[in-house]
Design a protein around this ligand. Sequence first.
Ligand code: ZN
Length: 416
Amino acid sequence: MVFTLFTLLLAQVQDVRFDDYFTNGTMRVDMYITGNYLEEIITLDEVIAEGEWAGSKNNLIDYTGYGCEQLRIYHSKSSRMIYSRGFCTLFGEWQTTEEAKLIKKTFHNTVRFPYPKDEVEVVIANGQKRLFSFRIDPLKHRVRNQNLGKYESVKLHYSGECSKKLDLVILPEGYTKNEEKKMIEDAMRYSNIFLSSEPYKNHKDKINIWFVKIFSNESGVSEPRKGFYKDTALNLTFNTFDIERYLTAPDNKKVRDAASAVCYDTVLIMVNTNRYGGAGIFNQWAIFPSDNEYDEYIFLHEFGHSFAGLADEYYTSKVAYSDFYPKGLEPWEPNITAYLKKGEIKWGNFIKKGIPVPTPEKEEYKSEVGLFEGAGYAAKDLYRPMMDCKMFSKGSVPFCPVCRNSIEKMILFYSE
Ligand SMILES: [Zn+2]
């Protein structure tokens, strides 16, 4: 059965020829997600035509299995799935907070896919469950044209055509017109940090880094707990879900409008602050501060979440999530496991013969891949691949081999 499914999936992957179904443009669908800890209702906001498609033209079907939910695009005439991509949302994270048991809330979200030639059905699914679907014929329906020339953009690192490269866009937040020099210097600094860190360093020739010049009316970023509300271009804020250091971008439309100035696969938001904080949500964005003593770490760690779907491997930090990973279910993230079946470990091929599993936290296993208990905010019943990793502790620790491998897979996914 598994074999048959795999063969089918492979057939689908190979069958979809980009030029048969898509133009070179990008279609963006904006939506609202409303609900509470149990319920999720998705409604359409608007459909937008953006510029050149930045994603791969070969890897159209997502074979990674990563993500909380999945976007699926079906060609109406043939009913064939022609594009899919996993993602997570800020709403999904909020659902696991105590507040979601008390009230209903609305969040904004975006999905993007190559611009279809004919009518397609846009589906958001959670496993087999369809949460949202609608049909759009780009020749008959109204599609808003995004103003692509609204912002000036800068090429920080260019290695070639968007669809053949992984395209990062760095958006600045909380920089005033007077801080333009600092803004450009900060962006260049992060571009260099990125390109000199493994495994990205090794794949420099598969990466483009773009920057969009966006100015805010006020310098810095909002901190509601302190009563600071700043007038900034992208409306980012600290204290999301009332967590001290959780710096997110709830005003998704502003972020996506700004990002559309370039062809991009993945968004990074650089915030002009020296406060500690950040966030990373798979296939949404990674957010980091410009001037904190841990800024390099936050930048790479959060990008690990947003780009490669890596989970937090730590478990000591106090977070506002209750049961972020429900008991008895295997997390989809590649670097943590509930180890529900003895002998079956998703990173099993990284574990050398003779390493005991579960692996005790002893000096002799410090540089070995094993199965270490404590991960994903839980001290028990969740396991991580290595004693230390950039997804485990603050500072200059490199990614463990399992995390590194997932990142490399994603770089190839976008650049093949
Ligand atoms: Zn790791």
